[in-house]
Design a protein around this ligand. Structure first.
Ligand SMILES: Cc1cc2nc3c(=O)[nH]c(=O)nc-3n(C[C@H](O)[C@H](O)[C@H](O)COP(=O)(O)OP(=O)(O)OC[C@H]3O[C@@H](n4cnc5c(N)ncnc54)[C@H](O)[C@@H]3O)c2cc1C
Length: 128
């Protein structure tokens, strides 16, 4: 019997959660490990600066899936876990704390973070 294929997804937010959902919906029956640095399950960010902050929606409404979704679909959600290294030769990711996790397929859904412009004049009014 062939060994179970492992699909590791790094970044447990909207893109990562939707990718895991799509893998199962498309019939992938191997192991899915969804790794996220944050303590929360994947959640949508737009409501944070809108409905949620105005108190118009409940905290639970921002989660991409209910907590039961992940075990039901055999998606191993590893929250509060940061991937520190990727070793493509060995097909392994290195987690904070030293654990190494092998993968057959790796998907990076780590989003983006704004960087401040570090040139002269970047602090002028109107430069964002
Ligand atoms: C307050 C707010 C309001 C917004 N409002 C809107 C809106 O109205 N309309 C709109 O179109 N967009 C909006 N956005 C932007 C939208 O939320 C993002 O486009 C969307 O979240 C991107 O999703 P993502 O899954 O690609 O990445 P992200 O949401 O950035 O998630 C990436 C995840 O990867 C994790 N990660 C990163 N590196 C590692 C690592 N090494 N190991 C483990 N985990 C890691 C991060 O912790 C994070 O949870 C808003 C964003 C914010 C913050």
């Amino acid at each position: 019997m062939a060994a179970q294929s492992t699909h590791v997804i790094v970044g447990a937010s909207l893109a990562g959660a939707k990718a895991a959902e799509a893998l199962r919906a498309e019939g992938f029956d191997g192991r899915i490990v969804l790794i996220g640095a944050e303590p929360e399950p994947p959640y949508e960010r737009p409501p944070l600066s809108k409905e949620l902050i105005r108190g118009e929606s409940a905290r639970e409404s921002v989660f991409v899936h209910g907590a039961e979704f992940y075990p039901q679909h055999e998606i191993e959600l590893r929250a509060s876990t940061t991937v520190e290294t990727i070793d493509p030769e060995a097909s392994e990711v290195g987690l904070a704390g030293g654990e190494r996790l092998g993968y057959d397929r790796l998907l990076l859904t780590t989003g983006a973070a704004p960087r401040r412009l570090s040139v002269l004049g970047s602090d002028l009014e109107g430069v964002l």
